[in-house]
Design a protein around this ligand. Structure first.
Ligand code: HEM
Length: 400
């Protein structure tokens, strides 16, 4: 789909999924305070209200392009988890890693216009392919000095993806250029996906502001430690936010098709249907989410439908309550894929999104402009993207 031979999107290395699945998920409690600090700091920096104008702007509604805001916010916050404060503050890295995904998509589209046998020539006529090569150099410039520094001074080792990947890498994967390139590829897996979800959710909330009060109440009453941080358990207890995230994703999943696989040899299903070797398969994630057998009244946006379901199934043995969680990956809920390759970063993504939405709701009121509809998604091939020009009006809740 992404013409990986030329765009480099896609890899056979298992290092990244293994590290995300094992170390990131194990160390989430250590990563979370850093993430919450970065969310708060970055919202302050990215949303144009400074310490003085905040008060003057109190009564003014300001137009915010939420799609652009979330792209930068998620890139900065996720980079903190990738490589610590230095990487998240490295502007060249942030810009290059954001550009990497755009170049990859655009290059893939242009390459598709060339016959397979001529693509190796065609790549030289595509500026985005050249830009991708340059982006790898920028990634190496940003990341290799961090690895060098950590080798010399062991106290600089941090709980981040860079450390875990380097520690776990074996053989050729220990090459620092390889590690830098792999971190660039994580940005592709993590930014675009994790930014789309809160963008769509803010569009939904702005269009249905009656949900703000219960969500805000839940966020503000979450238990906090002495540094005002919410724990993994605290985020898990935000069941209303979890539910509306899942409902928003049910209506507007980033990918219409997930669980994409190539069948290597003839495969017989339990009903006798044979899938021939070399068939490319995928599951219609969005259509499954609209199946009325699984979701009663599927066309109604029922923000808290999963809260009710969780409570209702707590005493039932038919549908485990865990299936109603944002992060659950099961045949009725395929936004994160399914099976042993289901997205391992979804637990981090869930907490990152909750921190972002909670923090924004606690600082701003929001609504759509008069007469405006919720920004519609833009569908391209199997992608279902938030509208690139989608705007929401923000207003400060209080002067600080
Ligand atoms: C809302 C945010 C996210 C969504 C919707 C999402 C979605 C997906 C999907 C659909 C897959 C393919 C699963 C399959 O084929 O069965 C996947 C795989 C993957 N995702 Fe995510 N993802 C998100 C966030 C993240 C984050 C934050 C990270 C990294 C920290 C990440 C890392 C990965 C990796 C490494 C894989 C490959 C897993 C493997 O091959 O075993 N994702 N993701």
């Amino acid at each position: 789909m992404f013409e990986g031979a030329y765009t480099t999107l896609g890899t056979h290395s298992r290092l990244l999924p293994q590290v995300v699945r094992a170390q990131l998920n194990q160390y989430l409690p250590d990563v979370l305070p850093e993430i919450q600090f970065k969310v708060a700091l970055q919202i302050h920096r990215e949303i144009p209200f400074n310490a003085i104008t905040e008060c003057f702007a109190k009564s003014d509604w300001t137009v915010i392009n939420v799609t652009e805001l979330m792209a930068v916010l998620v890139a900065r916050v996720s980079s903190r988890m990738f490589g610590g404060p230095a990487l998240s503050q490295n502007r060249e890295w942030i810009e290059a890693s954001l550009r990497f995904a755009h170049d990859g998509f655009n290059a893939a589209q242009k390459l598709k216009m060339w016959p397979d046998t001529l693509k190796f020539i065609g790549q030289h006529f595509i500026p985005e392919v050249r830009s991708i090569k340059n982006t790898y150099k920028i990634a190496e410039r940003a990341i290799i000095p961090l690895l060098d520094e950590r080798e010399v001074d062991k106290s600089k080792k941090a709980h981040d993806l860079l450390t875990w990947m380097y520690d776990q890498a074996q053989g050729a994967e220990k090459d620092k250029k390889f590690i830098a390139g792999t971190l660039l590829k994580v940005s592709f897996a993590a930014y675009h996906t994790s930014a789309a979800a809160p963008t769509q959710l803010l569009f939904d909330i702005a269009a249905m502001p009656e949900h703000i009060a219960p969500l805000l109440g839940e966020y503000l009453s979450a238990p906090r430690d002495n540094n005002q941080n919410i724990s993994v358990k605290g985020f898990a207890q935000m069941v209303k936010l979890d539910s509306i995230m899942k409902e928003s994703q049910r209506f507007n999943p980033l990918l219409l098709l997930t669980f994409e696989r190539i069948i290597k040899r003839d495969f017989t299903l339990s009903d006798g249907v044979v899938i021939p070797a070399n068939t490319w398969i995928g599951c219609a994630a969005q259509a499954i989410g609209m199946d009325r057998k699984l979701y009663p009244d599927p066309d109604t946006f029922d923000a808290f439908r999963f809260v009710a379901k969780e409570e209702a199934t707590a005493t039932s043995t038919s549908v485990p309550a865990t299936k109603a969680h944002y992060t659950s990956a099961n045949p009725g809920s395929m936004a994160f894929g399914y099976g042993q390759h289901a997205c391992p970063g979804r637990f981090f993504a869930m907490m990152e999104i909750k921190a972002i939405i909670g923090e924004i709701l606690s600082r701003f009121e929001m609504r759509l402009a008069d007469g405006e509809m919720r920004p519609p998604s833009v569908t391209f091939e199997t992608q279902h993207l938030p509208h690139p020009a989608g705007k929401v009006l923000f207003k400060r809740r209080r002067c600080t």
